[in-house]
Design a protein around this ligand. Structure first.
Ligand code: NAP
Length: 481
């Protein structure tokens, strides 16, 4: 079967050129697609096209921009099954997870399409007589969007849709490990008739294209999701040009399990948060902090439940956990298993790359648990981004909160308890941007603000009404009548 080639998209036209491969991490013999390797010149051309398209797009009534987004949602919804299967093949997550992600992208487009008829500004009374004051939202201009591979559809969607409805034009640079899902969204924008130059897509090497994007003169803002190292570098470059910038980066998310929790539900929530999507969610649980009286029993139940998880090709029914995204992530996982073994002793479950039995062609790894982990250990401090869970002991609730907060990150956190008073203490004391109670630490909805605190994030939040704060600016008006 011939392998399809996916060109870049600049000024409404498909651009071909030299390509790179997008391989299936569950079966590295399968090339999912060939993507055109964009160049800094492509980024420059894309930014100029976006600049040229800006006056007409930003002058369109916002509800008309919203109407285009409704059409994009319809197109994605019609192709949901195809897009989900492609996502599993390019990223490795299971088919039900991929379906849920495409559904979420559809919902995101619909939500921001509706925002076109709202785009709330401000009307407040003036302190002067016969003066009417108000503030309207204006777009920022050309926005660069840089996205990671782990939510290859939802993250491009939750950046593109609010950027467009606010009247901006964009240059999207997807992750090289999983560019197809983002490409499908851009294809849907094209099919929906979004005018040329409004949406541009350039795939290729992050370092080279990222530098070109942040230095392209028309670009006025950059929204980035990815690693702390790249985010920090981008922030420095963007600051030199005084670009508006938004960064969503790493996490080391805790789940606190108190002795009064619904025990079985807490076990399920921790297993779900730690291992589903192969632990490759920025909101995944990587530390579970268990109150002393139930520590031993909880650890035992966690290990037993983890042993029942099925690792395999996400297209097969019954599989819970797919592969790591690529060799580099698999190597990182195995390196941290070595570090963890030195620090905390051998894992109580898992710890190995899976081989034989249909596993040889993919980057499969066992879900792994380290017990008796203490806060100063590297496995308790550094983001791993794989199916590796640290179990930590807390004397009581205060101790658990102290341990939970004792990392540089602050993305998500979860608390398992039936004590309402503890819930509100946690809400006020936990240093994280996304909190859950009696749910996994991962699994967020599009209609609420999303983002972290501390080293995990920088700038305004994404999603929900908060997204408008990044993608628009106020123009304030005083009228004497
Ligand atoms: P990454 O290596 O930082 O890559 C993210 C994106 O940045 C990719 O498109 C990448 O392109 C590009 N890039 C690489 N070097 C660049 C540079 N010098 N300048 C500009 N762009 C550059 O991260 P990843 O491995 O894809 O994703 C995993 C990380 O993302 C984890 O740390 C995870 O926690 C974080 N994440 C955070 C959130 C959140 O909302 N907080 C959500 C999801 C993921 P290439 O692919 O071509 O290298």
């Amino acid at each position: 079967m011939s392998v399809p080639t996916y060109p870049n998209y600049v000024n409404g036209a498909w651009r071909t050129g030299a390509t790179f491969e997008n391989r299936n991490p569950a079966n590295i013999d399968e090339v999912v697609g060939l993507f055109v390797r964009g160049t800094p010149e492509d980024i420059q051309a894309a930014a100029e096209a976006a600049q040229a398209a800006l006056p007409a797009w930003s002058s369109l009534p916002a509800p008309a921009r919203g109407a285009y987004l409704f059409r994009v949602a319809e197109i994605l919804e019609r192709k949901l099954e195809q897009l989900a299967e492609e996502m599993t093949r390019e990223e490795g997550k299971t088919l039900p997870e991929a379906r849920a992600e495409v559904r979420r992208s559809v919902n995101i487009f619909r939500y921001f399409a509706g925002e076109g008829a709202r785009l709330p500004g401000l009307v407040v009374p003036s302190e002067r007589e016969r003066v009417h004051t108000f503030a309207i939202r204006r777009p920022i201009g050309v926005v660069g969007l840089i996205t990671p591979w782990n939510f290859p559809s939802a993250i491009p969607a939750w950046k593109l849709a609010p950027a467009l409805v606010c009247g901006n034009t964009v240059v999207l640079k997807p992750a090289s490990a999983a560019p197809l899902s983002a490409w499908r969204i851009v294809e849907a924008c094209h099919e929906a008739g979004i005018p040329k130059g409004v949406v541009n897509f350039v795939a290729g090497a992050g370092g080279e294209l990222g530098r070109a994007l942040v230095h392209a003169p028309p670009v006025k803002a950059v929204s980035f999701t990815g690693s702390c190292a790249v985010g920090t570098w981008l922030h420095g470059e963007a600051s030199k040009r005084r670009l508006k910038i938004q960064l969503e980066m790493g996490g080391k998310n805790p789940t606190i399990v108190l002795a009064d929790a619904d025990f079985d539900q807490a076990v399920e929530n921790v297993v779900n948060g730690a291992f589903f999507s192969t632990g490759q969610k920025c909101t995944a649980t990587s530390r579970v902090i268990v109150e002393e009286p139930i520590y031993d029993r909880f650890l035992e139940a966690l290990v037993e439940r983890t042993k029942k998880l099925k690792v395999g090709n996400g297209l097969e029914p019954g599989v819970d956990i797919g592969p790591a995204i690529d060799q580099a992530q698999l190597d990182t996982d195995l390196r941290y298993i070595e570090i963890g073994t030195r620090e905390a002793g051998p894992p109580v479950v898992g710890g190995r790359r899976l081989t034989g039995d249909g596993y040889d062609k993919g980057y499969f790894i066992e879900p792994t648990i380290f017990a008796g982990v203490t806060p100063e250990m590297r496995i308790a401090q550094e983001e791993i981004f794989g199916p590796i869970l640290c179990v930590m002991r807390a004397k009581n609730f205060d101790d658990a909160i102290r341990i939970a907060n004792c990392v540089p990150f602050g993305l998500s956190a979860s608390l398992q308890t039936t004590n309402l008073s503890r819930v509100f203490e946690y809400v006020h004391r936990m240093e994280a941007g996304l909190l859950t109670v009696n749910l996994p630490s991962a699994g967020v909805e599009y209609q609420l603000p999303f983002g972290g605190t501390k080293d995990s994030s920088f700038g305004p939040k994404e999603q929900g009404p908060a997204a408008l704060e990044f993608y628009s600016d106020y123009k304030t008006v005083y009228v004497k009548y």
